[in-house]
Design a protein around this ligand. Structure first.
Ligand code: SF4
Length: 615
C-alpha cells in the first residue's frame, strides 16, 4: 500500500492540517458521530484508508448546522466531500419505537443526544453546497445506503423517494465504502476539465454507486425496479423493490434503475468485497482508539469498544428487520488469525490495557471464517441460515474456538469474551464451540436474539424456528451445569412485528411464563428504512405478496408490547383503545391505522422500555 504517513489523528482543524504540511484536503468527511480514531467509527476507518492510499483526508464531526461555517472549517477539498449521518440513521438515533425523543446518544460526547440534526445527510449536504458551490458531494453510511431507493419512513409515516434526490447529492456510495470511495477519488483526480463528476461516475459505472441520469440514458442490460410513483400507487411494490435491492447486494448485479419524478436513478452493482488481505491491511492501520482532543467529554461507544475487535463483516442470516446485514451484505469477509492476534498483542502493550478482550466479532459472532462455497451470483435464497443452513455455507466455529484460545494465551490477556450476537441455530451444530463459549467466554449472561417463539412470526423475520431455540437452551443449561457455572441467557424479544398479533404475543408470554423467565427488556418493532420488514409493515404483505395483519397504530403496538411487558407505562398520547379510522388510504401514506392520532416526533412522555437502539 503506497500512501501518506498516518497522523496521530486525521486533521480536524487548519492547525492540524498545517502540522502535516497539508495546505488543502483532497477529501473532506463530514460525520454525525463524534471523532474517535477507532475502526468502529466509519469516518476514521475510511479516512485512514484514504490516507493510506495517498489522499489527504480530514474529518469534521458533528458540525453545527445553523450555517455553513462549521463544515467550511477545513477549506474546500480538492476532490469531493463525503457525508454520513454516523453509525446509525439519525432518526433511529433520536427517537424510540414510539417516536419518543431519546436523551442519550452513545456516539456523541457525554452520551448526549441532539449533536446531529434529524435527516443528517440532507442537512450536511445542504451546508456543504452553501459553503462550497459546485463541489462534488456524495453520501454513505447506513442512513444514505438504506434510503437510496424509495423507502418507508416511520417518523413521517410516509414513503420517501431516494435520499439522492432529497439531499441533491452527486452520488450515494452504498454498502461498505472502502472500494467505492477510493474509486471515486481516483476518478475525480483524473476528471478532464469541463466534465461533470456525475458523467465520470456514470461513464466508469462506479461499483457501489447510485446516481441520477437522464431517463433515456440508462445502462443497457439493467433491471427496472418499480418506479417511485408506482410504489406510491401500490404499496406492495415496495416489498418487491426492497427484495430486488437486497438481492443485488448479494448477487452483484445487474445494475438497477428506479424512475422517480422524471429522473432515472441508476444503482450500479455493489463494490467488490475486501479480500482477506485487504481486511487485514485495513484493520492494521494505526487506530489509537481515543477521542479527538477537541472532545471534552468521553464518548460512551468508544469506551464500550475499548477492548473490542472486529474480526469479520457481513451476516448470512438475512434477518428481515436488520439494517446492518442489509448494509454489509450476506457474504462474510474475515480477517486472518494472524491479523487478529497482532491487534490483540498491540492492545495488550498499551498503558491503559485492562487485560480483557471484550469482544472479537462482527454482526454475528460465530460467523467468523464462514465461507460460501457455492456461487452467490446465482443464489436464489434470501438467507444462508433460514429455514436451515445452506449446504454451501461452511462455518468455522471450531476455528474460532481455537482462535479465542490462542488470544487467551497471549501475554497480558486475562479473559476473552464474545459480546456480539451468537447465532444459536449455528452454535448447536458444534459442541466444541458451544462448550468453549459457555466455559470460557460468557461473563455470566449470554445475550441471544431468538426474537420470538411463534414460527409464523419467525418465518417473517427469517429467524430460526423455535425448535432450534429450545434445543439451544437445553444445551446451554446442560453445559453450564457440567461446567459448574450459574449462567443465564438474556433473550432479545420483539413485539409488534409485521404479521404478529396479540395471539402470537400471548404465545410468547406463556412460553416465558412456563420457563419462569421474566424479560427485563423487550423491543417494540421499529421499521428501519430500507429493510424488508419496514416494507412489509407499510404494505401489509409478506415477501411473497401474501397479506399479513400488521399492528400499525401506536395503540395496537403498545397493547402487544404490554402483553410481554405489563409494566410498560401507558403513554398519555396513545389512546388505550383503538379509535376510529380517520383517513382513507392516501397516496404515499401507509394503509390506514386503526387509530388516527399520531404525535409529532419528540413530544409526549417517556414510555418505559419500549425503544431500541438496534438498527
Ligand atoms: S449459496 Fe448458500 S451460502 Fe452461498 S450465498 Fe447462497 S445461501 Fe448463502
Amino acid at each position: 500500500m503506497i500512501g501518506l504517513s498516518q497522523p496521530e489523528f486525521l486533521p480536524a482543524s487548519r492547525e492540524e492540517m498545517a502540522a502535516l504540511g497539508w495546505d488543502e484536503l483532497d477529501v473532506l468527511l463530514v460525520s454525525g458521530d463524534a471523532h474517535v480514531d477507532s475502526h468502529a467509527f466509519a469516518a476514521a476507518l475510511l479516512g485512514r484508508w484514504l490516507v493510506a492510499h495517498g489522499w489527504r483526508t480530514g474529518i469534521i464531526s458533528q458540525p453545527a448546522w445553523d450555517g455553513p461555517a462549521a463544515v467550511a472549517a477545513l477549506g474546500r477539498p480538492r476532490l469531493f466531500a463525503g457525508v454520513s449521518a454516523g453509525a446509525v440513521d439519525s432518526l433511529v438515533a433520536h427517537y424510540t419505537a414510539f417516536r419518543k425523543k431519546r436523551t442519550d446518544d452513545a456516539w456523541s460526547p457525554g452520551g448526549k443526544s441532539g449533536l446531529r440534526p434529524n435527516r443528517a445527510v440532507i442537512v450536511y449536504a445542504g451546508l456543504l453546497r452553501q459553503a462550497f458551490p459546485g463541489l462534488t458531494v456524495v453520501a454513505g453510511g447506513i442512513e444514505a445506503s438504506l434510503r437510496r431507493f424509495t423507502h418507508y419512513d416511520f417518523w413521517s409515516d410516509s414513503l420517501r423517494r431516494s435520499i439522492l434526490l432529497d439531499a441533491k447529492l452527486d452520488a450515494v456510495l452504498y454498502g461498505m465504502g472502502e472500494k467505492s470511495i477510493l474509486g471515486l477519488a481516483e476518478l475525480l483526480a483524473l476528471l478532464p476539465a469541463g466534465r461533470k463528476p456525475v458523467q465520470a461516475i456514470a461513464a466508469a459505472r462506479l461499483p457501489g454507486s447510485v446516481y441520477a441520469a437522464h431517463p433515456d440514458d440508462v445502462p443497457k442490460r439493467a433491471a427496472e425496479l418499480p418506479s417511485h410513483e408506482a410504489i406510491l400507487a401500490d404499496p406492495a411494490l415496495l416489498v418487491k423493490a426492497t427484495l430486488a435491492c437486497e438481492r443485488q447486494v448479494l448477487n452483484g448485479g445487474p445494475a438497477l434503475i428506479q424512475r422517480s419524478g422524471g429522473r432515472a436513478l441508476i444503482f450500479e452493482p455493489p463494490a467488490e468485497l475486501l479480500s482477506g488481505a485487504e481486511m487485514d491491511a485495513l484493520y492494521s492501520l494505526p487506530f489509537n482508539r481515543r477521542a479527538h482532543p477537541s472532545h471534552a467529554e468521553p464518548i460512551p461507544a468508544a469506551a464500550m469498544l475499548e477492548g473490542s475487535l472486529t474480526s469479520h463483516r457481513g451476516c448470512g442470516g438475512g434477518c428481515s428487520f436488520c439494517s446492518l446485514a442489509a448494509h454489509q451484505g450476506r457474504i462474510v469477509q474475515s480477517r486472518s488469525r494472524e491479523s487478529i492476534l497482532a491487534e490483540v498483542t498491540r492492545l495488550a502493550g498499551s498503558p491503559d490495557w485492562k487485560g480483557v478482550v471484550t469482544d472479537i466479532g462482527g454482526p454475528t459472532s460465530n460467523l467468523w471464517g464462514a465461507e460460501c462455497v457455492g456461487d452467490p451470483k446465482t443464489c436464489r435464497r434470501d438467507s444462508c441460515l433460514y429455514p436451515k443452513r445452506c449446504r454451501h455455507l461452511h462455518p468455522n466455529q471450531e476455528g474460532q474456538t481455537e482462535l479465542f484460545a490462542e488470544v487467551a494465551r497471549l501475554p497480558g490477556v486475562r479473559q476473552v469474551r464474545a459480546a456480539s450476537g451468537v447465532r444459536h441455530d449455528l452454535a448447536i451444530e458444534s459442541e466444541v464451540y458451544l462448550k468453549a463459549l459457555i466455559n470460557n467466554h460468557v461473563g455470566g449472561q449470554l445475550k441471544i436474539a431468538p426474537e420470538h417463539v411463534s414460527d409464523k412470526v419467525l418465518r417473517l423475520m427469517r429467524k430460526p424456528p423455535v425448535r432450534l431455540w429450545n434445543e439451544f437452551i437445553r444445551s446451554f443449561e446442560r453445559l453450564s451445569r457440567e461446567a459448574g457455572k450459574e449462567q443465564y441467557i438474556v433473550p432479545y424479544l420483539m413485539s409488534a412485528f409485521p404479521g404478529c398479533g396479540d395471539q402470537e404475543m400471548r404465545e410468547l408470554a406463556e412460553w416465558l411464563k412456563r420457563r419462569g423467565w421474566r424479560p427485563e427488556q423487550a423491543q417494540c418493532f421499529l421499521p428501519t428504512p430500507g429493510t424488508l420488514a419496514a416494507a412489509m409493515f407499510f404494505a401489509g404483505v409478506d415477501a411473497d405478496g401474501r397479506p399479513i395483519a400488521v399492528a400499525r397504530s401506536d395503540a395496537d403496538r403498545l397493547r402487544q408490547h404490554r402483553i410481554l411487558m405489563p409494566e410498560a407505562r401507558p403513554d398519555p398520547r396513545i389512546p388505550a383503545k383503538p379509535g376510529k379510522r380517520r383517513k382513507p388510504f392516501a397516496k404515499g401514506r401507509r394503509p390506514p391505522a386503526k387509530t388516527g392520532r399520531r404525535p409529532p416526533p419528540g413530544t409526549g412522555r417517556r414510555l418505559g422500555s419500549t425503544g431500541n437502539r438496534r438498527s
